[in-house]
Design a binder for this molecule. Structure first.
Ligand SMILES: NC(=O)c1ccc[n+]([C@@H]2O[C@H](COP(=O)([O-])OP(=O)(O)OC[C@H]3O[C@@H](n4cnc5c(N)ncnc54)[C@H](O)[C@@H]3O)[C@@H](O)[C@H]2O)c1
Length: 448
């Protein structure tokens, strides 16, 4: 459960945060230990204390401890000094190097230690493993359930593998941005808690209840990956805007005007549209226009590595679908959909045609049904595209879905069927590979 998408928090929003003590959701201040008083840990500790929790910050760095104890922030972050001063004076925030003292006086630990890059790009888990070993050694069996939530950014699988007998583990990634960290904490754009233990997830989410933001309660691994997905998405957005901006400048066009206008479209551009994992794209526009844009940029002596990588990324995704289809334990494959998407008969650059070609080439028996395609009714560039790829396509296309279903051992959804067709497919009881489904198709693999 999540709240709907919110706009970016305003820099001054944290001033307005009130503690919600409505009878329906009584706020229960907790006792929290925050391990690591760096950018994330110190902001988290001070803000949780500001919300009314009793917080002990733990760090190995004497300077950071002394600074927090004296009511100051150990680094510059707008607004942090003030909150540290206020919460230390109110007795809500303290700092120590003594992990035992922190564990003894808390019910939840938030781990905010660093996970820096190694030389090969992998993340270093040394700080995390050291702190977890320390906490594990201090947790006494038989005490009331303790929760350890990892706020550091870690790859999927890392939290699952932590050995913490007597504690439930959660992932609670941090999304703050340095420079607006307090506002980002107090008006979070996203609150994610992952755990296989619902009670633990509830306790972690409960720490933030005064913020009035519905948490997204997800699996442990999903919580870990969401953080990477968000940062990758932000980075891709910046690189995209910069490549469009640079191209605009080269053409004597205002990049700001182009991107501001692009952002005015909140139906297709700045929206969840095109953000669901599924099948490869195709059709008469996206591949052609990407090719033209990158070709023309090349003629201007420009390199656009992000945009140039999009068609190869799409091809690789199509190859993943091909391998999934090839690996099906079936003799006869019935494909739903031939056009590049539903509700059109446009076959130009349809990835389904490449999929068919591939499967036929690998010796698979294939038939196909598309609600909007009758082969003898196809003309012009559509016909050329189709017959060039698969000259005997006429013999592979069924006139109704029942024929395909009855013939096939396994169905492949290359388009999303309408409700009526979906019902037919479900009723048939035939196994289905849905290429638009983002659910895991292979067994999960380990993080390391
Ligand atoms: N900085 C950001 O803007 C940001 C935002 C979101 C998420 N993150 C993630 O949060 C994590 C922390 O990032 P950061 O920038 O705050 O790191 P940081 O290096 O500023 O802080 C880490 C702190 O952990 C302390 N520490 C290390 N081992 C310890 C131990 N055994 N016991 C107690 N303290 C220990 C260090 O002394 C240091 O003060 C990273 O995984 C990072 O990727 C960072």
């Amino acid at each position: 459960m999540c709240r709907g998408p919110g706009g970016p928090p305003s820099d001054s929003a944290w001033h307005t945060v009130r503690v919600d003590q409505s009878p329906e959701s009584p706020f229960l201040p907790g006792r929290v230990a925050v391990f690591g008083l760096g950018y994330v840990g110190c902001v988290t500790a001070a803000c949780l204390a500001r919300l009314g929790h009793s917080v002990i910050g733990v760090d190995k760095d004497e300077y950071k401890i002394r600074t927090v104890q004296s009511g100051k922030a150990p680094f510059y972050e707008p607004g942090l000094d003030e909150i540290v001063r206020e919460t230390v004076a109110a007795g809500k925030l303290s700092a120590t190097a003594n992990a035992a003292e922190a564990i003894q006086n808390s019910d939840i630990a938030l781990i905010c230690v660093g996970t820096p890059s190694q030389e090969n790009g992998n993340l270093s888990l040394d700080q995390l493993h050291r702190v977890v070993a320390e906490i594990a050694g201090l947790l006494s069996r038989g005490r009331k359930p303790y929760v350890v939530a990892v706020r550091s950014t870690v790859f999927p699988g890392v939290c699952e593998e932590l050995v913490l007998p007597g504690a439930a583990v959660a992932a609670n990634p941090e999304f703050l941005r340095e420079g607006t960290a307090i506002a980002d904490f107090m008006t979070p754009s996203l609150l994610v808690v992952g755990s296989s233990d619902a009670a633990a997830a509830g306790r972690v989410a409960g720490l933030y209840s005064p913020l009035g933001v519905a948490p997204c309660l997800v699996s442990l691994r999903a919580a870990e990956l969401i953080k990477y997905a968000c940062n990758a998405f932000h980075a891709v957005k910046i690189a995209f805007a910069n490549e469009i901006g640079a191209t605009s400048a080269r053409l004597g066009i205002s990049g700001a005007e182009v991107m501001e206008t692009l952002c005015r479209d909140t139906a297709l551009n700045i929206s969840p549209a095109y953000l669901k994992p599924g099948f490869a794209f195709g059709g008469s526009c996206l591949p052609k226009d990407l090719r033209a844009l990158t070709f023309r940029a090349g003629r201007l002596d420009m390199k656009l590595p992000l945009l140039e990588s999009v068609l190869p990324a799409n091809d690789e995704h199509l190859r993943r679908s091909m391998r999934l289809a090839l690996d099906l334990p079936a003799e006869r494959l019935g494909i739903f959909g031939l056009a590049f998407k539903e509700n059109t008969d446009d076959l130009r650059e349809s990835p389904v045609i490449a999929l068919l070609e591939y499967l036929i080439g690998k010796g698979r028996a294939v038939r196909v049904f598309d609600p909007h395609i009758e082969v003898d009714q196809i003309y012009g560039s559509n016909r050329r595209f189709l017959f060039q790829a698969i000259p005997h396509i006429g013999r592979l296309v069924d006139k109704n879905l029942d024929e395909t279903i009855n013939w096939a051992d396994h169905l492949i959804l290359a388009q999303r069927p309408s409700a009526a067709y979906r019902k037919l497919i479900e009723r048939s009881g035939k196994p289905v590979l849905d290429l638009h489904s983002a659910e895991p198709a292979v067994e999960a693999v380990c993080a390391e």
